[in-house]
Design a protein around this ligand. Structure first.
Ligand SMILES: Cc1cc2nc3c(=O)[nH]c(=O)nc-3n(C[C@H](O)[C@H](O)[C@H](O)COP(=O)(O)OP(=O)(O)OC[C@H]3O[C@@H](n4cnc5c(N)ncnc54)[C@H](O)[C@@H]3O)c2cc1C
Length: 510
């Protein structure tokens, strides 16, 4: 017999298998020997009150062996497959497109402009330490895409739960912790993601697919009516239908597509700053305590949203226990982003604090109008060596320059600026009003002199969309996918979009 039930426990009890079992026995009124196994189906924290609880949805097996947690995908060997397809970009969309092609017997030929994830780790470390940027290997470009050194939050608002489950199961199959299958806000961590990505690459290659590094695609072959392959910067040519999953930092691809007559349009996005607090303060706000966080609770996160004069202002991609990184992919542009390791054990909590930017407010006939706005912000924030414009939070509210800074996780220097000097007025005024609203929501604890604004957060989603029809194609043979194409935002939604593009391609070329 299988029974499903929900129990509510203190954090300390919820971390103890025996106590979970005892709670299940009590609720079901059965004897210990009756239960063969207990599975956690969902785990979430209820921190609405001081007395914090953990909600656990359990599946209890009595006299039955539980089925496997997930069904591993058995990949066929495609080394001699009749059909192949080109996948451009090996971020979440390209990775999952390649795995899906493989699963369906189509040989994936992956072309990635950057290098393998371990060399990339060294390039990112160099950028953080010395401010020297490798334009082909950084936090945006290289194996794993922008997802590789992300926080690895796998939470998505996608309603396609079946697809989400499959993405998470494939990550577990390649080494991710099983808890991502049941945590309400699953998270992998920037220290663990590279090994998972490497194992996925091994799966693709060992089953007959290709993953080629330092292959920057410069143009599509054929016409916008029928794409027949791609050409790389080294002159090499790859023929076949193309899944284009190049992410939103690959501006060269947008310009190349536009020059060849492919259809693009401007897309609404959001931009602002990274805001960094001490993790202890966020813990005390969210867990309603003044002392240290209980060791049985994870570092707290927050999610804020408000409207300022009809414009959305919200927190984005919060990284508890994380660091702020220089995330630009080209010289002359300043971009920051956040990541955190699996433990989320760092002293700081950072989050994007962003303001909605609507395409309707710009030239609607120009596909690059939003991209230009974003580029303008990045340029005005740039300083050599990726020194970042920064301002204390209370100084930002009072509109005065900061004369000193609290200690920060950002490894490059900070340059004292009033945000007015580097960001558009609409972002500054909306953020100021938004922060005041968030402060009210937290009983005046959010705005503090010890918190820091670091600018700018601009790569939140694509400022350009590559048009596609209901079959996910533009013409024949081109499947724009993932965040860069403008159809996803975040690791899981990009992975789902890449998966769907590969399924459509498989159907079209049957
Ligand atoms: C620091 C950081 C932290 C983040 N944290 C999170 C998080 O915790 N959770 C979350 O959901 N999202 C997070 N994100 C966002 C997430 O990483 C992206 O939404 C996701 O990676 C988009 O996937 P994608 O495959 O569409 O594009 P990308 O990940 O951008 O991948 C595109 C790939 O294409 C390659 N490429 C580009 N141009 C070419 C070309 N011309 N030829 C060949 N290859 C090319 C690039 O090198 C790259 O590998 C974070 C992003 C960053 C930068």
């Amino acid at each position: 017999m299988v029974k499903e039930l929900t129990i509510v426990l203190e954090p300390v009890s919820a971390s103890n298998e025996k106590e979970i079992r005892n709670a299940a026995l009590k609720k079901l009124r059965v004897k210990d020997g009756d239960i063969t196994a207990i599975r956690i189906k969902r785990r979430s924290i209820d921190a609405r009150r001081k007395d914090i609880k953990i909600n656990l949805s359990l599946v209890v097996y009595m006299g039955e062996t539980p089925p496997p947690l997930y069904d591993p995908v058995i990949f066929p060997d495609v080394s001699r497959a009749r059909r192949s397809a080109v996948v451009v970009g090996f971020g979440p969309a390209g990775i999952f497109a390649a795995l899906t092609l493989l699963e369906n017997g189509i040989r994936p030929i992956v072309l990635e402009r950057g290098v393998d994830v371990h060399q990339r780790l060294r390039d990112c470390a160099m950028l953080c330490q010395s401010g020297t940027l490798n334009p082909e290997s950084n936090y945006a470009f290289g194996e794993g895409g922008a997802g590789a050194f992300s926080d690895g939050k796998l939470y998505t608002r996608s309603v396609k739960r079946g697809d989400v489950k499959k993405v998470l199961a494939l990550l577990v199959q390649h080494g991710a912790d099983e808890s991502i299958l049941f945590d309400s806000h699953p998270h992998i961590g920037s220290d663990r993601l590279p090994y998972i990505i490497e194992r996925i690459r091994e799966t693709i290659i060992s089953h007959g697919g290709e993953v080629n590094f330092s292959k920057r695609v410069v143009r599509l072959l054929g016409t916008q009516e029928e794409t027949t392959g791609v050409e790389c910067s080294d002159g090499s040519v790859y023929n076949g239908p193309v899944i284009l999953a190049t992410g939103h930092s690959a501006k060269d691809i947008y310009y190349s597509l536009s020059a060849s007559g492919y259809a693009l349009e401007a897309k609404s996005t959001a931009a602002g700053v990274r805001l960094e607090h001490k993790q202890g303060l966020i813990d005390s706000i969210q867990y309603h305590s003044s002392g240290k966080r209980s060791p049985y609770l994870p570092p707290a996160s927050y999610s804020f949203v408000t409207q300022v004069k009809g414009r959305g202002v919200y927190s984005f991609c919060m990284c508890p226990g994380g660091v702020i990184v220089p995330a630009a992919s080209e010289e002359g542009h300043q971009v920051v982003n956040g990541m955190s390791p699996h433990s989320r054990g760092g002293r700081w909590a950072n989050s994007g604090m962003i303001v909605e930017l609507r395409k309707e407010e710009l030239d609607s006939t120009d596909p690059f109008s939003m991209l230009r706005l974003i580029e303008g912000i990045e340029r005005s924030c740039y300083n050599p060596g990726f020194a970042a414009p920064a301002q204390r939070m209370d100084d930002f509210i009072a509109d005065r320059e900061s004369s000193s800074f609290p200690d920060t996780s950002y490894s490059r220097p900070l340059v004292s600026k009033r945000m007015e000097e580097v960001l558009p007025p609409v972002i500054v005024s909306s953020l100021r009003e938004g922060f005041l609203a968030f402060d009210r929501m937290t009983k005046s604890r959010f705005i503090t002199s010890d918190a820091l604004l670091i600018a700018p957060e601009t790569r939140t989603s694509s400022p350009v969309r590559i048009l596609r029809d209901s079959s996910m194609r533009q013409g024949l043979g081109l499947y724009p996918a993932g965040e860069g194409a403008g159809y996803a935002g975040g690791i899981v939604s990009a992975a789902i979009d890449g998966t769907e593009a590969a399924l459509r391609l498989g159907g079209d070329y049957d």
